[in-house]
Ligand binder design. Structure first.
Ligand SMILES: C[S@@+](CC[C@H](N)C(=O)[O-])C[C@H]1O[C@@H](n2cnc3c(N)ncnc32)[C@H](O)[C@@H]1O
Length: 211
């Protein structure tokens, strides 16, 4: 990370220090175990909340719940417009823990967790069911689930994807299996009926609109 970029990031975090709620670090500190899938960054959460206030979604699909930091952040914005979030998680023990986290965070009334392999459970949704689809599950699933993610999204809806700059912004040893899959996904998205871009925040955030 260049010095200039780091300075910009630190400046942004300082500016939003008072406003961010919930904050990633505080949220994580309230979870008793630490063997969970990594939550989105505060800057990604701000981006998603901003987009939710623009789109005013009634239905959001999230793929990859973990401790539900992204889910909670999005739920707080979406509930303003009567929005609900369906979140897909393969790990049943984390799904149970996270249900309790949602209660504690006061958002359980607008969130439904579906336990199972998301590449299977997504098949149960009809075409164009959701206003926003957020992909944040296992990285090798990104290319596998791309068709279904776009299928269940309404035209004009938003497809959000975290970690899409993994090929250039992640510890290669830790994520070696995922890097080529994410690169494949980034190229595949170009051939889908979407207008998209990759924003260099966190480890990369793709924002796409279904045409
Ligand atoms: C990066 S974490 C999600 C973080 C979360 N979105 C947040 O910001 O708080 C990825 C999650 O995807 C889940 N996952 C992995 N493979 C999955 C699959 N096939 N179906 C559903 N969930 C899966 C993992 O168990 C993990 O909890």
């Amino acid at each position: 990370m260049s010095v200039e970029y780091k300075k910009a990031m630190e400046y942004i975090e300082r500016i939003y220090e008072e406003q961010d709620d919930p904050k990633r670090l505080d949220y994580v500190a309230r979870v008793s175990r630490n063997d969970f899938g990594s939550p989105i960054t505060d800057e990604a959460a701000r981006l998603f909340k901003t987009l939710i206030h623009l789109v005013r979604p009634k239905r959001i699909l999230e793929i990859g719940t973990s401790i539900g930091f992204s889910t909670t952040s999005m739920a707080l914005a979406a509930r303003t417009y009567g929005g609900r979030i369906t979140t897909l998680e393969i790990d049943s023990s984390w799904a149970e823990i996270t249900k309790n986290i949602f209660s504690r965070e006061g958002v359980s009334d607008v969130i439904d967790i579906i336990v199972g392999d998301a590449s299977e459970t997504i098949k149960d949704f009809e075409d164009e069911t959701f206003d926003i689809v957020f992909q944040d599950s296992a990285k090798p699933l990104y290319p596998v689930m791309l068709d279904d993610c776009i299928r269940v999204l309404r035209k004009g809806g938003l497809f959000l994807v975290d970690n899409t700059l993994f090929p250039v912004r992640s510890p290669k040893e830790k994520w070696s299996d995922s890097l080529s899959k994410i690169h494949d996904f980034n190229e595949m998205l170009l051939k889908m009926p979407v207008q998209s871009t990759i924003l260099p925040i966190g480890t990369g955030c793709t924002v796409a609109v279904k045409l």
